[in-house]
Design a protein around this ligand. Structure first.
Ligand code: LLP
Length: 421
């Protein structure tokens, strides 16, 4: 499969001239390619053709309504982790029966909202949550479909902050504990526990952790079925890594991943679920930013741009690499620290990066930012949220207009009514 990375042609992205776009919408702006997202979705569907498989897009990766609508149009469902993501998904047209609900901290209110929306199933992460699910479902007079999220105790070989499948992580329960749930759940009147779920981490570039984790899940499934507990769905989570650094990162080929899933679950007759976030949208997005000024430093020059860690947190939080490409590259090269205007040293997109020489006013594109970019943005330093634009074969539509200063302060008020407590 050929994959558009978005940084192949530094000017045109999904047929849209980014210079023109930046002059119309201003910077910083996120631009997302519909074509890349459709291409990724189709590639995933093709790789699993013939299997009973549901794709539930991990909404957290990019929760813009336009992106959710785009995946919904492809028949993709949603993996949600909050009532906010539930509302977004429903509003974007994702049918409730294609929604799974994951997360360690579901509250009674969130469970109630998801039950009344009629979501497909809950990925349950603790015994306490299982009891709460039974309780709320009983009050609502419905039966909740549930899967247990098992923690397979596998090292995903990724950044520690995005590893979720080791025993010491907060996610899921051990297989030993999960075994006891099935005995108990057969006596539960309002919970139908008939699924397994595992998600071991994110930005995984090596197939082996998946092989170990999925093997454990399938062995457990067979054991449960042999003990008389039918399993109707196995959710294998997300986690597929992408290429952030051209010529360096080597993502797993989707065909290899699909072959592993087919082989591991050859004996399983139920529904498989996969929850990709990053793989579907990361390489479909770029953050377009303008150079404010070039400032001399002690070791090297600082390229100060108008995007900052509040717009794109990944480099500050995970030391993540993102390719940075000038839209009109000059011939001479230079070595820069690419930094934003926020008052923190961590507000650095790249350190000691060799790249074409830049000047104030130049436009740069920061690649691989379609996932966990805008969705992790904040207004830190009172910087309004950036604009988001959807591109489609030469056309564009603003799908989130730049936040105004008034919108940024919406909901805040000076103290007027003081209450005794
Ligand atoms: N399913 C569950 C239960 C998850 O917790 C996640 C991601 C996914 C699916 C989707 O994983 P993906 O396919 O996107 O790897 N902010 C971090 C990533 C956090 C991922 C959290 N969970 C980053 O920017 O790298």
């Amino acid at each position: 499969m050929t994959v558009l990375t978005g940084v192949d042609d530094a000017r045109l992205f999904d047929g849209v001239d980014l210079h023109t776009l930046a002059s119309r919408v201003q910077t910083p702006l996120y631009a997302y390619s519909s074509s890349v997202i459709r291409q990724r979705t189709t590639a995933l569907q093709d790789a699993f053709a013939g299997l009973d498989l549901r794709i539930c897009y991990a909404v957290k990766a990019n929760s813009n309504l336009a992106i959710l609508q785009l995946v919904a149009q492809q028949g993709v469902g949603a993996d949600i982790v909050s009532v906010g993501e539930l509302h977004r998904s429903l509003r974007a047209g994702i049918p409730a029966e294609r929604i799974v609900f994951s997360g360690v901290g579901k509250t009674a209110e969130e469970i109630r909202a998801a039950l009344s929306a009629g979501i497909w199933r809950f990925n349950v992460e603790s015994a306490d949550e299982l009891l709460l699910l039974q309780e709320v479902a009983r009050e609502e007079g419905v039966c909740a479909r549930a899967a247990v999220r098992v923690n397979p105790d596998v090292d995903a070989q990724t950044h520690a902050k995005i590893s979720t499948g080791k025993a010491e992580n907060k996610f899921g329960v051990s297989i030993d504990e999960a075994r006891t749930w099935f005995v108990r759940a057969s006596r539960m009147s309002h919970v139908q526990l008939d699924g397994l779920h595992a998600h071991i981490g994110s930005q995984i570039l090596n197939l082996e952790p998946f092989r170990h984790a999925l093997r454990r899940v399938e062995d457990f499934r067979q054991e449960l079925e042999a003990a008389g507990h039918p399993i109707h769905s196995v959710d294998i989570g997300g986690g597929l890594g992408v290429r952030y650094r051209a010529g360096h990162d080597r993502p797993i080929a989707i065909e290899d991943y699909a072959a592993l899933v087919r082989e591991t679950f050859a004996a399983f007759k139920g529904t498989l679920v996969v929850e990709p976030g990053r793989w579907l949208v990361a390489e479909a997005g770029v953050l377009v930013t303008r150079v404010i000024r070039v400032k001399p430093g002690a070791d090297r020059e600082f390229l100060i741009v108008d995007a900052a860690m509040n717009d794109l947190l990944r480099p500050a939080l995970y030391d993540a690499w993102h390719d940075i490409v000038p839209l009109r590259p000059r011939r001479e090269s230079a070595c820069y620290d690419v930094v934003g205007p926020v008052c923190e040293t961590g507000d650095t997109f790249a350190r000691g990066r060799d790249m074409p020489r830049c000047e104030a006013g130049d436009l740069l594109m920061i690649g691989g930012t379609g996932a966990y970019g805008a969705s992790m943005a904040s207004t830190y330093n009172s910087r309004p949220l950036a604009a988001e634009v959807l591109l489609d074969d030469g056309r564009y539509a603003v799908v989130r207009r730049r936040q105004t200063l008034a919108e940024m302060m919406l909901g805040e008020q000076l103290p007027q009514d003081w209450h005794e407590a």
